[in-house]
Structure formats: C-alpha cells, structure tokens
Design a protein around this ligand. Structure first.
Ligand code: NAP
Ligand code: SF4
Length: 678
C-alpha cells in the first residue's frame, strides 16, 4: 500500500481560495522559549525549516504579543521587530516553498508577564502574576489596533498568515465569559456584547492584511470552565468570526485555570475532536482540530470521521520533525512518537526557566547546537543496558556510522520504560520502545538480549569503548523488618510478580511511588484508552455540552478497591516535585480514588501487624498486608568498575552515572549528547 492510499485524506491538498495547503498536517503553535533567546530567531529558523522539510503543510509559530502589555515574551509591534522574523519565514519557504507559516498573535491579557497587563475587568487570574487594569473604551480600541498592526507586520515579515488566539484564558477569551468580564458597557453583559471584542479583532485584522492572507481564529470550543461558554455561544462565535473574515477556525479545549487535563498522557488519543466535528458542521470555513493526535493513523481517522479539515500536532512535531514525511513514505514505524509526558516541553515552558525541548528528542529546539553528524572513522562500540539511556546512545551512535553492539540482560529492551508502559495512563511509553526496536533494525545495531556482559568478555571482544548504561537498583531503606515477607519491591509489583494485599503502604512518594499508587488503586479500563471513561472521570459531558463542557457534571471516579497509603518522610506536600503541568492530575486522581497521601512519616518497623510509624511525631500503626518500597534508586556501577580495573575504555551514562532524581529526560538527553560527540 502506498502512503497516499494509506492516508488519502491527510495528504490531500486544501484549497483556501487565494492559496492552497499541500496537505492537512499542521504543526500547531507551541511556545518554545526561542522567541526570547538571544540567538532565538536563528534557532527558530532551523527548528521550523527542519519541520518544513519533514513534510508538514502549515506551521504556526509560538505566541508573539501584539504589544508590550499583552506579552508573555516576544512582541511584534514595530518594523524593526518584523525584520528579525524574516529569517524564520525565509528559512521555511526555502526549505519548501509550498509550506505555509503563520505567526500566532497571543495577547495574554491577565496572564501577561507585564505589570501593565490589561483585561476586560480587573480580575487577577489564579495562574497570573499581576492584577490587570480594566480597559476603558480607548484602551480597548488600542488593543484592537495593536492586533491589526501586528498582523500587518507579520505579513510584511513574510508570514503566510496569522493565528489569533481567542482561547485559554488569554485576553480575547476573558471577554467571552461572565466570570472574567464584569463590564456593563457595550463590551460586556449580554452575549452579543461579550462577543464583540473577538469579532472586532478579526474584522480589523482582516482589513489590515487584505483578502489573500490566512487568518486563523483559535476558538474556545470547550473551555472546561464551570460557567464557561455554552455550545450555542461557541457556534455563534464561530459563525461571527467567519463572517468577520477568518479563513480557518481552530478549536481549543482548555483554559489555564481549568481542572481538567486535555493534553496529558492520560487523555485518550483524539478525545476532543468530536467537538470540532460538531462545530465544523455549523461553519463554511475549514476547521482545525487538535489534542492528543500523535500518529498519522489517528489523524487520518479524525479526518475520515469528518471531525476536521486539518489536524494540528504540536508536541508530536517536537518529538519527530519528520512525522509527516515518514507517514507519506510508509515509514510510520520509524516515527518517534510524542508520549504526552510534557516533561521537556510544557513543564519547561511553564516553569519559565528552561527552554523547551522534548524528552524523546533532545534535538528539538536545539537544531543548530546538537547534530548527529556522520563519523569519518567508525569505531566499535559496546553499549551495555537497553534502557532509555542505552537505547538513545546506541541509536545516535549507530546513526552516525559507529558499529554498535547493544547488550541487555533481560529478554526485551526498555529498562524503566518497560515498567512505565504498564502503568494505566502511560500506555504511550510502548511507542518509544517500538521506535527504538525499529531504530535497532534501521541502523544495524547488533542486539544481544538475555546477555549479562562481563568485563573480561567485553575486553576480549576488543571494543574501542564500552558505554555502561546498566541503570539503577532500587534503594532498600534501612527500616527494621525490611526483609519481612509483606515487603515488596516496586519492580516485582509492576511486573505482576508479587501479589498485592487489600491494604497497602507505599514507602516513597516520588514519580515511581505515584505510578505504583496509580497501579494498585486502579480498577477497570484505563481512562487513557477509553474516551467515555475519561469523560466520566473528569466530569466532561461531550453529549450535552453544558457551559464549558463541565458545568453541573460531577467527576465519577471508582474508589480504589484497596486501602492505599502513599507516604514520604518530608513535610512537603506529597507530589510537590511531580511535573509542573501534570502533577496536579496525578494528585487529584489518587485523592478522588481515596488514596491517603501522607507526609512527615517516620518509618519505625515492619512486622506481622503492619508498618509502625510516627506521623508528624504521633505513633501510628498502618495495619497493611503489603508494604511496597519506592524509595529511590542507587546507581549500578559494578561493571564500570570492573572495566576500569581491566583497562578497558568505558563511559557511564544514565542511572549508572547518576541515579539521584534521574528521569528519562535526563538519561536520553545525556546519552544523545555523548553519542553525538563519540
Ligand atoms: P524519587 O523521585 O527520588 O523519589 C524517591 C522517594 O523515596 C521520595 O518520595 C523520598 O521521599 C523517598 N525516599 C528516599 N530515600 C528514602 C529512604 N532512605 N527511606 C524511605 N524513603 C526514602 O525517585 P523515584 O520515585 O524512584 O523516581 C525515580 C525517577 O524517575 C524520578 O526522577 C522521577 O521523577 C522519575 N519518574 C517520573 C515519573 C513521572 O511521572 N514524571 C514517573 C516515574 C518516575 P522522602 O525522602 O521524603 O521519604
Ligand atoms: Fe511529547 Fe513529552 Fe516530547 Fe513534550 S517532552 S513533545 S510531551 S514526548
């Protein structure tokens, strides 16, 4: 089967009248932090050009403010600022003249980083830094004029269009709902008034850019807010922006203050596209859908259902710049799939301290800095351990031309990822292992499973270098009775090698403690694999679409069939160090299931009666059947030491190098960088 017949809809062109998209694959907007970096425009140019070569039809940049008061970073309000964007648009058009690039205009309103931020009413957002000033009539006119000016400058800078973000809690969306718009003038109150600002922005932007320029409006199709927009309002807004000159409507399903996950890994693939499908029927212009669409077959079925005209993938384009090209060429098993972990993208973006990249692809946003150039003199390398670090090293080194032999003592590759993929809600981790399995074939890596490599054998095999990626061993805390039969290690529990009783204490509440709590408190289908279950658990009513999609709907989470205590010694809130954008979902899920989250626990003894502790100084016996130890990791370095002793050149990577706070992001990043320099 050729690619075009496998994804006939995805790779069909879309005629917009004045222009044409070569296919329906959109690289969605994602703030990368490059917008504000000193060499950011050069790096952005390389980043987007690589995606243009990788087969996308259209690209939307990260958000650019139309003025200083609306920004979260870079703005475009002067001719001089427009000049620096030219390098980006020129690079994309040079990479493929058929690819369109649109700039997102993001006026953050109450979420702006500026102390001079503005909004329809002076209401501070729970997630904003400052209380915004309420706009007066002249202020509203200035904001609209700034949108139009920004769009005009974007055109001058070589963009093919703009996307106006009218959702998520940014300025435009705060006009739309009563909770953030308390005005009683012609910009507030009745729905017709609340809708006036977005419609006027689109009308004035269209007037500023002319008829032959793409104007996309990002609409809050389901804002997930209690008391948010009704379905009738969503449709009316879509039709009004269409009449005002929008070329395309792009549906958005969140608001920064909403307590519903919409893109995290526990969200089923394509969970929200049905909403776009309904809106699309009420519009004449094309509709873009998004959220958890990470593989071409998912995108194709979204289009086949009639849910959208264009499919947006933002994070999947970080994970693999060539996603579309690989799909087109029938190489979809080579796609490095976005696993929706958020760890290197949104967690970095929202922390504001670190630039965005991708856990499974550290080259993302580092295209000018990290390259896997072919080697002149291939070497004979052994990589010991096929966990995330070993797999990443072996793949990059072999891709560059080194001869790589990969040793793994287990019967399958994956290491810690083989544990993660068994956790309900983390099924996507299997995709990463599928990718690496394929890379082993593509790059001719010699894989030796069920092989515990020892130093003498490795020396005798004559490798130029041995890369030790032997990983970690779980820490066994020094608690009296730790050898009691009711104590289990997390690996045995996750692999199903140890039965778990009706009442469980989990010692250690890091990432793995949370994973184990999820596993042992879970019953029934994984919500990540079933949209109805997901909707029930998070209180979303797709069928009736009440205000915000959630108003009046109570989340229904099945209580855990076990009594589960998740414990840590620190006095900090349990789960404080989980991912910034996903930690709250894990905490909330466990609480709704009735899992007890305990801090300030001192472990005294484990015996037939259970786990004896002091909790904030008070003696407490937990009469549990099973104690699962998730108390962190120690590096496994004995092979490295033995190699050193027999004079073999060796390097340490991943958990074997440093186990403290190790995660796959650090392991893959370190391994890829070392292999790039090998
Ligand atoms: P971790 O995050 O370092 O957590 C270890 C836990 O064990 C902490 O709660 C710690 O809390 C406790 N602990 C440490 N020493 C102890 C001792 N001697 N006795 C009793 N308790 C002890 O390690 P992890 O949970 O094993 O995770 C490993 C890595 O994988 C982490 O970096 C994690 O981020 C990553 N991971 C991430 C996710 C995710 O969802 N993002 C999922 C799985 C794993 P106290 O010291 O307060 O007791
Ligand atoms: Fe996807 Fe995770 Fe990469 Fe973000 S860091 S793009 S969520 S795989």
């Amino acid at each position: 089967m050729t690619a075009s017949t496998r994804y006939p809809l995805l790779f069909s062109p879309l005629d917009l009248g004045f222009t044409r998209l070569k296919n329906r694959v959109l690289m969605g907007s994602m703030h990368t932090g490059l917008e504000e970096a000193p060499d950011g425009f050069e790096r952005m140019a390389a980043f987007f050009a690589e995606r243009a070569r990788g087969g996308v039809g259209m690209i939307i940049t990260g958000g650019i403010g139309p003025n200083a008061e609306g920004g979260i970073g870079a703005k475009l309000s002067t001719e001089a600022e427009a000049a620096s964007h030219r390098i980006v648009t020129a690079a994309v058009h040079a990479a493929d003249p058929e690819v369109k690039i649109c700039m997102q205009i993001l006026h953050a309103g109450a979420l702006s980083s500026s102390e001079q931020c503005v909004a329809p009413s002076a209401i501070k957002s729970r997630v904003g830094r400052h209380t915004p000033a309420a706009l007066d009539e002249a202020g509203i006119e200035k904001q609209i004029a700034d949108f139009a000016n920004c769009a005009r400058l974007a055109r001058a800078a070589g963009y093919d269009g703009v996307e106006i973000i009218g959702s998520a809690g940014y300025l435009i969306s705060t006009f739309l709902v009563a909770r953030t718009n308390l005005r009683t003038d012609r910009w507030g109150g009745a729905w017709e008034n609340r809708m006036r600002f977005p419609v006027e922005v689109v009308r004035r932007v269209r007037a500023a850019v002319g008829a032959d320029f793409i104007v996309i409006f990002r609409i809050p199709a389901m804002d997930m807010l209690d008391g948010g927009m009704s379905w009738e309002e969503v449709v009316a807004l879509g039709q009004a922006v269409e009449a005002a000159g929008a070329s395309i409507v792009s549906t958005h399903f969140t608001w920064h203050e909403a307590a519903v996950p919409t893109i995290a890994t526990m969200v089923p693939r394509a969970a929200f596209t049905q909403v776009t499908g309904r809106l699309r029927k009420a519009l004449k212009i094309p509709a873009i859908t998004s959220n958890r669409i990470n593989m071409p077959d998912v995108a194709e079925s979204v289009l086949a259902r009639g849910d959208a005209d264009i499919v947006s993938m933002a994070r999947p384009m970080l994970a693999d710049a060539e996603l579309a090209l690989k799909a087109l060429q029938g190489r979809e098993d080579e796609i490095n799939t976005c696993i929706a972990c958020n760890q290197a993208c949104l967690d970095h973006s929202y922390s504001g301290r670190r630039q965005v990249s991708c856990l499974v692809n550290p080259r993302a946003c580092n295209e000018t800095l990290l390259n896997y150039a072919p080697v002149q003199a291939p070497r004979n390398l052994a990589v010991v351990g096929a966990g995330p670090a070993g797999l990443a090293y072996a793949t990059v080194a072999a891709q560059r031309g080194h001869r790589v032999t990969l040793f793994e003592s287990a019967g399958e590759i994956g290491g810690q990822f083989n544990l993660a993929r068994r956790i309900p809600g983390k099924e996507e981790f299997s995709e990463t292992l599928r990718y690496y399995r394929r890379m082993i074939e593509v790059h001719g890596i010699e894989l030796r499973l069920n092989t515990r490599a020892d130093a003498a054998t490795l020396r005798d095999m004559g490798f130029d270098e041995v890369i030790v990626a032997t990983g970690i061993e779980p820490r066994r805390p020094d608690i009296e009775g730790i050898g009691h039969p009711k104590v289990a290690g997390y690996i045995d529990v996750i692999l199903g090698r140890r039965p778990v009783g009706r009442s469980v204490a989990i010692v250690g509440a890091g990432g793995i403690g949370f994973d184990v709590a999820e596993l042992v408190s879970h019953a029934g289908k994984s919500a990540a694999l079933d949209i109805d279950t997901f909707a029930r658990e998070w209180g979303i009513d797709f069928r009736n679409h009440p205000r915000g999609g959630v108003t009046g709907v109570t989340p229904q989470v099945a209580a855990a069939e076990r009594t589960v205590y998740l414990m840590q010694r620190k006095p900090d809130p349990v789960g404080k160090n989980l991912g910034r954008t996903t930690g709250w979902t894990h905490r909330l899920t466990l609480k709704r299931r009735g899992v007890h989250l305990l801090n300030g626990v001192e472990y005294l003894k484990i015996d037939d009666a259970g786990l004896h502790t002091r909790v904030h100084g008070e003696p407490k016996l937990f009469e549990v059947d099973t104690v699962i130890v998730c108390a962190g990791q120690l590096p496994l370095r004995s092979l490295y030491d033995a190699l050193q002793a027999c004079g073999v050149k060796a390097s340490l990577i991943g958990g074997a190098y440093e186990a403290v706070e190790l995660d796959a992001k650090r392991a893959i990043d370190q391994a890829s960088r070392m292999a790039a320099a090998a």
